[in-house]
Design a protein. Structure first.
Length: 603
């Protein structure tokens, strides 16, 4: 289907608020939603700073979809460092590539593009089909968007000059509903796009120092965003970094007064705002992107809130039941006012609920920004009708057994949930000046395990389906070498996949939506641009298989579509590249895309 023939089809879907949302699509790239399944989309540099987009099937003809496409940087609003490895949430990928994108749970990707005077949301579904579910005039769209946890919806915001609107876009594969403007009845709003949050039932955002909420289960005017009447004092500022509950129905946010004291608000599933602290206090911002964040958390159903607060020189953790209809809940409990914390608590972080009644967090004495002398604690509210039961799940700060040679000398520099959210992976310094990888069950059960002790530097963790790939440099004599391990979702011991020659670098990681395979590029670094090798990993067996025996330059992105092929561009340094779908070692098909600087768009 050509550009012009697509225009009349999509016009009715993109009638928003003319002229406030100017949909200049006549000259814009519009991609056919009915492209062949399992087709690969290849970007090819056009020599002017933009790209042509081609669709190709292995062994079949290639179709030029359009040109002069520019990929834009994008930010996933509400993204949390702790969740970067998770398979069940949208995650940002390719941030350093020519085409940054958001990988969706279950497969598919989102891109923001400029093309022929328009800025658009480009979607590649899990089967390879393409669509443009939303577009406005170039420059009118803010580059931060929210995506529902299941990948079914996206929330975008236009600039105030372009209308100041918030738009909900359906991302389901067979979506037929047009984009829904949640602010159609409002004057242009100054929307902070970093505050966008959405789920299947609710959308939230901050605009003009006010919080807005939309009920997506309603129809007609009832689905429009309405201001939430928060008890905010004169001169107070709403922080745009908010926390959405896992069920997507409740939201926690802070208002901060001129003296930097804060009040914590929770909007319940009924749209009723609740103030948890009547007296402003030094409550920390959520710090979602901090390696030891978040510092503010809601339970999955929004009935519990936990936060970090500064009291004098100490960082303390509080747990509070969110008031619901019925009897008032108990007051907030300072969990860290306990015999586990004899000295001043200098730091705490990584607050997260395993389910609706168990909170896990790390606390200890701090060195720099790290959490030192640290342990993972588990708190359960109201056990046996009493107060919270607090358990030290790791005891790492109070033992002198290897590798914790000095009691109280463990520092945590980062923590992430694994791909299945069943265990927490900690990058730690066990006894000063080195690094290690440590894990424990996310709920604090079982026995903690030291996975990779005595490393020269912090390991690099990337997702590989339901598993996690770990690059590490172990301590030892001789030239330092990199090891590659696989952490499977079941079991504790890492599987050593191989030891790499000194100076070998690994990058351009990608994985398949079904979790069965992953791929990366092994290379000798920027001084040897031709010494690159695409490598595929079978996550069930740990088998590594190069795609090709010759050392060539590999495209800046690779893709693993459901067909099972590894799609990449290979060729001379800087191009031109051949686009190839590798099905095995030196097996596969050429994609009949013209040679050039090319790369596939990941599914």
């Amino acid at each position: 289907m050509t550009l012009l023939s697509m225009l009349d089809t999509l016009k009715p879907r993109l009638v928003l608020r003319m002229p406030r949302l100017l949909c200049r699509l006549a000259a814009m790239l519009l991609l056919a939603a009915a492209l062949p399944a399992q087709s690969a989309t290849i970007a090819r540099a056009d020599g002017t700073g933009g790209y042509e987009l081609w669709s190709a099937l292995p062994g079949g003809p290639a179709q030029l979809l359009g040109g002069s496409v520019h990929f834009l940087p994008l930010d996933l609003a509400g993204d949390t460092f702790r969740d970067h490895l998770r398979l069940d949430l949208p995650v940002v990928a390719g941030a350093d590539s020519p085409a940054p994108h958001i990988r969706l749970p279950g497969g598919g990707s989102l891109f923001l593009i400029d093309a022929s005077g328009a800025t658009a949301l480009l979607r590649i579904a899990a089967d390879g089909s393409l669509s443009v579910p939303f577009a406005v005039a170039a420059g009118d769209l803010q580059l931060s968007l929210a995506v529902a946890s299941d990948g079914s919806r996206a929330l975008l915001a236009t600039t105030q000059a372009a209308g100041g609107d918030v738009v909900l876009v359906d991302l389901e594969p067979n979506a037929s509903a047009p984009p829904l403007v949640l602010t159609a009845a409002q004057a242009p709003l100054a929307i902070d796009a970093s505050s966008l949050r959405t789920s299947a039932e609710r959308s939230f955002f901050v605009a003009g120092n006010g919080l807005w909420r939309a009920d997506l289960t309603a129809v007609g005017p009832a689905s429009q965003a309405l201001p939430v009447a928060l008890p905010v004092g004169p001169g107070d500022t709403l922080l745009p970094e908010t926390v959405l509950s896992a069920d997507g129905r409740s939201l926690a946010l802070l208002s901060r007064d001129p003296s930097t004291q804060s009040q914590l608000h929770v909007v319940t599933p009924f749209g009723v705002p609740v103030l948890l602290n009547a007296v402003p206090a030094a409550i920390d911002a959520p710090a979602l992107q901090s390696p030891i964040g978040p510092l503010l958390a809601l339970s999955p159903d929004g009935t519990l809130a936990a936060w970090r607060q500064t009291i004098g020189p100490s960082k303390e953790v509080f747990l509070q039941a969110v008031p619901q209809p019925g009897p008032p809940p108990p007051a907030a409990t300072q969990l860290t006012a306990d015999t586990y914390f004899i000295d001043t608590l200098d730091s705490a972080g990584i607050l997260g609920f395993v389910n609706n009644v168990v909170l896990s967090f790390v606390a200890g004495e701090a060195g720099g920004q790290a959490v030192g002398a640290a342990d993972l604690f588990v708190a359960q509210l109201g056990v046996g009708g009493g107060g919270p039961a607090l358990q030290n799940a790791t005891l790492t700060s109070g033992v002198s057994l290897p590798p914790f040679l000095v009691p109280g000398d463990l520092e945590i520099s980062a923590a992430m949930l694994d791909a299945t959210s069943t265990r927490m992976l900690f990058i730690v310094d066990p006894h000063g000046g080195d690094a290690a990888l440590f894990s424990t069950a996310a709920d604090g059960s079982g026995t903690p395990a030291m996975l990779l002790p005595t490393l020269q530097q912090d390991p690099v963790l990337v997702r590989a389906g339901q598993s996690v790939l770990v690059q590490s440099v172990p301590e030892g004599p001789g030239v330092p070498k990199t090891q590659l391990h696989l952490l499977r979702p079941a079991g504790v011991a890492p599987l050593l996949l191989g030891t790499l020659p000194a100076g070998t670098l690994l990058d351009r990681f990608t994985d398949s939506a079904d979790g069965t395979s992953a791929a990366f590029v092994a290379h000798a670094g920027p001084l040897a641009p031709m010494l690159q090798l695409p490598v595929r990993l079978d996550t069930s067996t740990g088998a590594l298989l190069p795609a090709w025996s010759q050392l060539l330059q590999v495209s800046p992105l690779m893709a693993l579509p459901p067909s099972g092929a590894l799609i990449a561009g290979v060729g001379a340094a800087g191009g031109p590249y051949l686009s190839v779908a590798f099905t095995g070692f030196e097996q596969g098909s050429l994609l009949k895309v013209p040679m050039g600087f090319t790369f596939p768009l990941p599914y």
